[in-house]
Design a protein around this ligand. Structure first.
Ligand code: PNS
Length: 162
C-alpha cells in the first residue's frame, strides 16, 4: 500500500492545493494532508483553523485524511507508515526550497522519498499569500479557495480579519 503525506502551511488552503491533493489521491492509495508549522512564516489562521479549512475541503475524497501536526514532518510520516512526501512546485524558487527539504526529510525519515508535482498552469498565480490579501481587502474568494473552506469560514462568523 503506497501511503503519502502532503504537508503544508495551508494558510489557507487554495484551489491550487486542491488540484494537487486530487492528483496525489489518484497516485497513492492513501494520502494524509497535514497542516503543519513552517518556522519561517507567521500564519494568519491558527493551526486549528487551517486544519478545519483543510478537513472541510477534502471531506469528499475517500482516501484523503486531514490532520494537524506541530512536530517534525519525518516523525509524522513515520507515525502514518508513509513512504512518500508529496509537494507541489510552481516555479524554480519552489523547487529550490523543496529540493533542500527533500534532502533533510530523506535523512530524518529513513529513506522517506519526496515526490514533486508540477502545478497546472491555470493555478500558477494562486497562492495562500494572495488569498490572504483577498481576505484583507474583502474581495471575493470563490476563484481562489475551495467552496467548502469558504463555507466553513462563514460559519465562524469571521473571515480571518479578526
Ligand atoms: O506550505 P509550506 O509553508 O511550503 O510548508 C512547509 C512545511 C510546513 C511542510 C515545512 O516547514 C515542514 O515540514 N515543517 C514541519 C517541521 C519540519 O519537519 N521541519 C524539517 C523539514 S524542513
Amino acid at each position: 500500500m503506497k501511503i503519502a503525506v502532503f504537508p503544508g502551511s495551508f494558510d489557507p488552503v487554495t484551489v491550487g492545493h486542491m488540484d494537487l491533493i486530487r492528483r496525489a489521491a489518484q497516485i497513492f492509495d492513501r494520502v494524509y494532508i497535514c497542516a503543519m508549522v513552517n518556522a519561517g512564516k507567521s500564519p494568519l489562521f491558527t493551526g486549528e483553523q487551517r486544519f478545519e479549512l483543510l478537513r472541510a475541503s477534502v471531506a469528499e475524497l475517500p482516501n484523503v485524511t486531514a490532520e494537524l501536526w506541530t512536530g517534525l514532518l519525518a516523525d509524522y510520516a513515520r507515525e502514518k507508515g508513509a513512504q512518500y512526501i508529496v509537494k507541489g512546485v510552481r516555479n524554480g524558487t519552489d523547487f529550490d526550497t523543496e529540493w533542500s527539504m527533500a534532502q533533510i526529510n530523506r535523512e530524518l525519515g529513513d529513506s522517506l522519498e519526496t515526490v514533486l508535482l508540477p502545478a497546472r498552469a491555470e493555478y500558477l498565480h494562486v497562492s495562500s499569500t494572495m488569498v490572504r490579501e483577498m481576505i484583507k481587502y474583502h474581495r471575493p474568494l470563490e476563484p481562489y479557495m475551495p467552496a467548502a473552506a469558504i463555507e466553513t469560514m462563514k460559519g465562524w462568523g469571521t473571515d480571518g480579519n479578526q
